[in-house]
Design a binder for this molecule. Sequence first.
Ligand SMILES: [Zn+2]
Length: 413
Amino acid sequence: MAGPEGGEKGVGAETPKIEIRLCRAAGNSAWLSGCTALQSSFLKVLDQEKFDRIVRHARQTNPFYRDFIPQGGPVPLLTRAILQANNDAILNGHAVTARTSGSTGTPVRIASTPERARMEHSDTALFLDWMGGPLPRTSIIHPRSPAGADPIVPVLTPVAEQIAILQENHRTKGATAIITYPSNAVLLSEAILGANLDFRFIRRLGLISESIDPGQQALFRRAFPSAVQWSSYSAMEVGVITYQCPHEPEFHHVMGHKLAVEILDETGADCPPGRIGRIVLTDYYNTAMPFIRYEIGDLAAFGHCPCGKIPLPALRDILGKVRGCLRHRDGRLVPFIDLSVALRDLPGMRQYQVIQEQLDFFTVKVASTRPLAAEIAAAFEAEFGYTPHLEIQPVASIERDPSGKFYASICRV
Ligand SMILES: [Zn+2]
């Protein structure tokens, strides 16, 4: 267990410590010079000095952490439940700058600083360097997403129109890259293959915010045969946690310069590489709303990426992200994202899961502080244009499935 403020229970004394030093070269925003070689075996990604600094800051400036973290340690885990129960106290008067979607639990309100937000752009630049530099791109995502300077094509744009925009952007701007959600890439791929269109001009397909399965990847390869596929694993609370290795797609390199990453078993002990456990994150730089030993609710295992080109530790088997499409009764696939946002934003909603059992029959599991049946029905009506048969099940909380994955939407049709 990590100790605060250089206490004798410090990680360095108990386990091998990984030194991640990312140095900023002059005039270059993305930087890997000065990295130390990785040890062959490690149990966590931790820079003890940075960890101690944010713990000290939190105890000095935030009354919640002053009580929560005992002087001299050890630093307890901040579970989602503790965070949700103390969200206002941890915000400590800072203006809310983001909130989680609520698809994996009660929405969490987050405050961050502009300096911290800028680090995300630096990380994107770093990743694009790994990929061989930026390409002109079309981003088809949720309009409310923070997306830097790029114009956004809203993800709910009809697929035929998305295809026309991609072709137009290629013709006029040389755009050869796409960033979108896997659920939307499925729709695009099916339409492209159905109409026998030539999309070999797409060189890079970035898939964000949702899990991807091998069947989807195979579909994308057929629709975009010249594209390198990549993905990131991120969270509203801490930004990008990993980027997929462009050389070894099974591995995802950890943004260890800004985050400590632990993977813990059911007893709270560190998992060795290869063993799946609970991801615990510490953000070294969010001084507005510190996230210290935050158990985010996802599962993963550390792995040793054999690429030899990116000297950062890696995760594999990242589990627990949201995904999925539902099916309209006219047969088309409907991305879950907008219905998900509508359900999330219902007052009193804590957690939800939508299961499409049959084309016209959905089970909706709901953990909420008040009855929401009428509003849920209205959200379905708005999304589909009709109200399917809904069985709304009030529950205390929604569990992961036996493999450890959580799906906010499941389509069994
Ligand atoms: Zn790699």
